[in-house]
Structures are given as structure tokens and as C-alpha cells.
Design a protein around this ligand. Structure first.
Ligand SMILES: Cc1cc2nc3c(=O)[nH]c(=O)nc-3n(C[C@H](O)[C@H](O)[C@H](O)COP(=O)(O)O)c2cc1C
Length: 185
């Protein structure tokens, strides 16, 4: 399938079939992430793949408390991928002070979307999740201080009614050639 068709098919999936995802397919998704571009080729990404039912339950109970309870739907996802970034002293800590851009976050976003698109090609639904407690996740996962929990991606075969239609901005709203952006942004 052409990439644009995979992109058009993708929707955040919040209801999942009770069907496991083969490790082979999970690995294909992580492989797609592994090949992402990153600032200074640091490759800060690490992916913790939670596909054990008991461990997933414990993880969700820990990180989806209080205001994050509404994210409990991911307990039913076959897999939760925890996106963890390793912090590089020069590029991430010092570089951020100079350039002001959080390239670590950009790198993680790119690699995560590679997971999402590869999953889509395999017929697996995904949902990016930032409504969870990253501090509790870091503690639960026993990560050392130079690792940062960035996001989760829930993965599962889509069940009916698990996606929503959305209103998309038009190209006119978002794209500006040359000086066209003046007085419009
Ligand atoms: C960085 C990021 C964080 C998100 N966090 C959540 C979340 O915590 N819970 C949730 O249900 N959806 C979450 N989403 C999904 C968005 O709500 C969804 O992408 C958006 O509404 C557009 O819908 P679509 O993905 O179906 O096209 C997140 C998406 C992104 C990119």
C-alpha cells in the first residue's frame, strides 16, 4: 500500500479486539522506529514493550490514577509501548539551552510515529497517550536518572467503534509558500 494510503487510514484506536499481537509484528514496528532520523544521530529512543497481561495491569494501575483514570482503556490494548528517551549531556542538556528546541522530544515523536505507521500497515490500531503519570511510570520501570519517559503508544487490533472522525484543517490553513504567510500567521 502507498504510504499516503496508510497515513489516510490511520486513526487513534481506543477499542481493541482481545487478540494478541505476534512478537514478530511488534519487532517490525520497533525496527521502523530504530531507523528514524535523530538530532546528531544520537538515537535517544528506548522502547519498553509491555505485552504481558499481568505486568500491563500493574503498570496501568500505577500510572493511570486520579485524572489519568480515563486513559484506563489502554489496559485492553494488546501491547503498550513506553517511549523512553536517554538524555545526552551535550546535545540534549547543553544544546537545549543554546537552541531552545527540545530535540530529544522531536526525535521521540518521529520514532513513535514510525511505530504507528508500521503498525497501521500491519492492520494494528494505535493510540498515542500522554495522559498518564510519567513520574510514576519512571519509578515503576525502575529507570535511572538519565532516562526520561516521554509517551506511551497503545497497540491492538481495532474493535468496532474504537475510532472517531475528526475535522482536518485544510492545506490552505496550514501551508504557505514564500511571503504568503505574511499577515496570515
Ligand atoms: C502526543 C499525543 C498525545 C496523545 N495523548 C492522548 C491521550 O492521552 N489519550 C487519548 O485518548 N488520545 C491521545 N492522543 C490521540 C489524539 O487525541 C488524536 O491523535 C487526535 O484527536 C486526532 O485523532 P486521530 O488520531 O484519530 O486522527 C494523543 C495524540 C498525540 C499525537
Amino acid at each position: 500500500m502507498a504510504l499516503i494510503d496508510i497515513i489516510k487510514q490511520r486513526k487513534s484506536t481506543r477499542k481493541y479486539l482481545d487478540k494478541p499481537i505476534a512478537r514478530e509484528d511488534i519487532i517490525k514496528c520497533i525496527e521502523a522506529a530504530r531507523l528514524s532520523p535523530s538530532a546528531d544521530n544520537i538515537q535517544p529512543w528506548r522502547f519498553i514493550v509491555i505485552d504481558d497481561a499481568e505486568y500491563k495491569k500493574k503498570f496501568c494501575a500505577e500510572v493511570l490514577t486520579g485524572i489519568f483514570r480515563r486513559t484506563r482503556f489502554i489496559e485492553k490494548a494488546a501491547v503498550i509501548v513506553v517511549l523512553v528517551a536517554k538524555t545526552h549531556l551535550i546535545v540534549h542538556r547543553i544544546g537545549k539551552r543554546v537552541v531552545k528546541t527540545d530535540v530529544q522530544l522531536l526525535d521521540m515523536g518521529i520514532s513513535g510515529e514510525h511505530i504507528v505507521l508500521q503498525a497501521q500497515e500491519l492492520g494494528i490500531g494505535t493510540c498515542w497517550i500522554n495522559m498518564f503519570n510519567p513520574k510514576r511510570a519512571k519509578k515503576f520501570l525502575n529507570l535511572s536518572s538519565n532516562y526520561r519517559v516521554i509517551s506511551l503508544i497503545a497497540m491492538g487490533y481495532p474493535a468496532e467503534g474504537g475510532t472517531k472522525d475528526r475535522r482536518d484543517l485544510s492545506l490552505e490553513d496550514i501551508m504557505f509558500f514564500n511571503k504568503d504567510s505574511r499577515h496570515r500567521l
